[in-house]
Design a protein around this ligand. Structure first.
Ligand code: NAD
Length: 260
């Protein structure tokens, strides 16, 4: 149902972002992916996406801490694939430490990659969406857009910020056929989650198993990780005409985390 549409997904060389790209391509959208990683692996993702979409798929290595690279990424997408009609802001990193020991450079990087990049890409993509009176902006928030956990000051601040920014965008373009929403996943098993286990073990003095069962899944009532496919399916629904009235919303896919 996305034939003729172009999607740009930031942070999509791995995890949830790659899941979004795969789901969109399978519906016939042309896709630009972005993020870091092994060049051969990225080439193979692009080839698979191109096959699956039957239209086109390209990769842009823009660094989401660099505003000029973000705006060039949107311009490159427009020039080479058209659009973007669908913009998914998804790039993210995590750092776990008590606030009085939280490294300044990690604070700056997390705010830049999660929050400021969403501002820059949205600002660059909106003129095209406005011109055609259709657009979908989907931002990956988190349960940490709605509630906090200790030792994640930068991440909680950035993800709460994404929810606020998304609502503002939704209001500004409400009459122009463009929706903006935040998807708020609970814990999804991806490299980002795996990567924070050692620091959480250190910060809390726990074993790996204790971190998984007593910290990560402690507040996730369903006691299992959300799947990448479950998150991507919600993004696809938001692209449908039936979802045109859903805007400015925080949509939780969190196994019940924020019901508490
Ligand atoms: P991931 O580590 O698998 O993917 C992160 C992606 O962002 C990768 O493609 C990486 O290369 C890219 N990236 C990192 N820094 C970048 C930069 N400076 N410029 C461009 N790209 C950059 O992680 P994931 O778990 O798939 O996370 C994706 C999003 O989902 C993040 O915003 C994360 O906060 C959010 N999220 C994840 C979970 C979870 O449990 N995994 C839960 C809620 C929200």
């Amino acid at each position: 149902f996305l034939k003729g549409k172009t999607a740009l997904v930031t942070g999509s060389t791995s995890g949830i972002g790659l899941g979004y790209a795969r789901a969109l391509a399978a519906e016939g959208a042309a896709v630009m992916i972005n993020g870091f990683g092994d060049a051969a692996e990225i080439d193979s993702h692009v080839a698979q996406l191109r096959d699956s979409s039957g239209v086109g798929a390209i990769y842009c290595p823009a660094d989401m801490t660099k505003p000029a690279e973000i705006r060039d990424m949107v311009a490159q997408c427009h020039a080479e694939l058209g659009g973007p009609d669908i913009l998914i802001n998804n790039a993210g990193i995590q750092h776990v430490a008590p606030i009085d020991e939280f490294p300044e450079d990690k604070w700056d990087a997390i705010l830049a990659i999660i929050l400021s990049s969403t501002f820059h890409s949205t600002a660059a993509a909106l003129p095209h969406m406005k011109a055609q009176s259709w657009g979908r902006i989907i931002n990956t928030g988190s349960m940490h857009s709605l509630v906090a956990s200790p030792y994640k000051s930068a991440y909680n601040a950035a993800k709460h910020g994404v929810a606020g920014l998304t609502k503002t965008v939704a209001l500004e373009v409400a009459t122009q056929g463009i929706t903006a929403n935040t998807i708020c996943p609970g814990y999804v098993w991806t490299p980002l989650v795996e990567g924070q286990i050692p620091d959480t073990m250190k910060a809390r003095g726990l074993t790996r198993e204790q971190v998984i069962n007593d910290v990560l899944l402690d507040k996730q009532p369903q006691k299992q990780f959300v799947s990448i496919e479950q998150v991507a399916a919600l993004a696809l629904f938001l692209c449908r005409d039936e979802a045109a009235a859903i805007t400015g919303a925080n949509l939780s896919v969190d196994g019940g985390w924020t019901a508490q």
